[in-house]
Design a protein around this ligand. Structure first.
Ligand SMILES: Nc1ccn([C@@H]2O[C@H](COP(=O)(O)OP(=O)(O)OP(=O)(O)O)[C@@H](O)[C@H]2O)c(=O)n1
Ligand SMILES: C[C@](O)(CO)[C@H](O)COP(=O)(O)O
Length: 255
């Protein structure tokens, strides 16, 4: 039996998918025969490093996800709970749900909308948390990224072209020692001006003394966001299967 910290994964599925524009939250859309949320949960269910999974779902669909969990036989899922109004609220709800865990235990916060996360990425996050209190998966940017401002005659103009070599695109999982995440989120939730788009950003802002370590990610750990992304994700899944069949590469936890 492992004597190390417990590893709890929180699958964040509290969003309604407004950019996708589907009649139901995008995490309930099918990707090659399995829902996006089922694929995301499956990645953590099959990760040997993960002990427990909590799922945060849009309130009115909690029952539906409980059925998905039961049908799939996901033994690590302890609870399916309602998410919050914003992603940050949902992350906080996840931390509240694991209130009985120790400060030294680990939490991996993952977008349900990233169903292609690989086992090696989850393993790399847990491993990095052996040395750091906060870690986030990220990839370099292949595009030049600019900061914009409003131009003299309206419209956007470029204000700055940051050095691309120091830029990364954040993905999930983002992982934390629970004590670190708890302290950061207590401060964040007390801030009336809170604006956050990811969990590493919350730690960086509210615990500036805490080093947030980057874990190199995979280009294809995409966030299914806009119409068309389902087809892209299906293509990526088929490509993985083709690689598997030819004996090359890719250890995929989900199929
Ligand atoms: N209140 C929210 C909002 C988002 N999320 C989750 O955070 C992840 C990333 O968010 P995003 O891709 O923006 O999902 P949505 O909020 O559903 O999409 P949109 O912004 O287009 O409405 C998703 O897994 C989403 O379900 C969440 O748990 N709770
Ligand atoms: C957490 C995230 O996936 C990192 O890229 C992203 O910031 C979520 O943003 P969204 O607007 O909630 O999709």
């Amino acid at each position: 039996m492992s004597t190390g910290p417990r590893v709890i994964a929180a699958v964040l599925a509290g969003g309604v998918g407004s950019r996708m524009g589907a009649p139901r939250p995008k995490q309930l859309l099918s990707l090659e025969g399995r829902t996006i949320i089922e694929r995301s949960i499956a990645a953590f269910e099959s990760a040997p490093e993960v002990d427990e999974i909590v799922v945060l779902m849009v309130d009115e669909y909690v029952g539906e996800v409980e059925e998905i969990v039961a049908r799939a036989g996901f033994a690590k899922v302890s609870r399916v709970l309602p998410g919050g109004t914003t992603r940050t609220d949902t992350s906080y709800a996840a931390l509240t749900a694991v209130a009985s865990a120790a400060d030294d235990d680990l939490v991996l916060l993952h977008d349900a909308a990233r169903p292609l996360v690989l086992p090696r990425t989850i393993a790399a996050c847990v491993s990095a948390l052996g040395e750091a209190g906060a870690v986030g998966v990220a990839v370099p940017s292949a595009d030049t990224v600019v900061r914009v401002t409003e131009g003299r005659s309206g419209g956007e103009v470029i204000a700055q072209t940051p050095d691309r070599s120091s830029l990364r695109r954040m993905q999930t999982p983002q992982g934390f020692r629970l004590g670190v995440a708890r302290r950061a989120y207590e401060a964040a939730m007390a801030d009336p001006d809170l604006v956050a788009t990811d969990d590493c950003g919350v730690v960086l802002r509210y615990l500036p003394e805490e080093e947030v370590r980057i874990v190199p990610g995979e280009e294809d750990n995409i966030k299914v966001t806009n119409p068309g992304d389902v087809e892209i994700a299906e293509t990526l899944l088929r490509r993985r299967r083709a690689h598997d069949a030819s004996g090359n590469a890719i250890a995929e936890g989900v199929s």
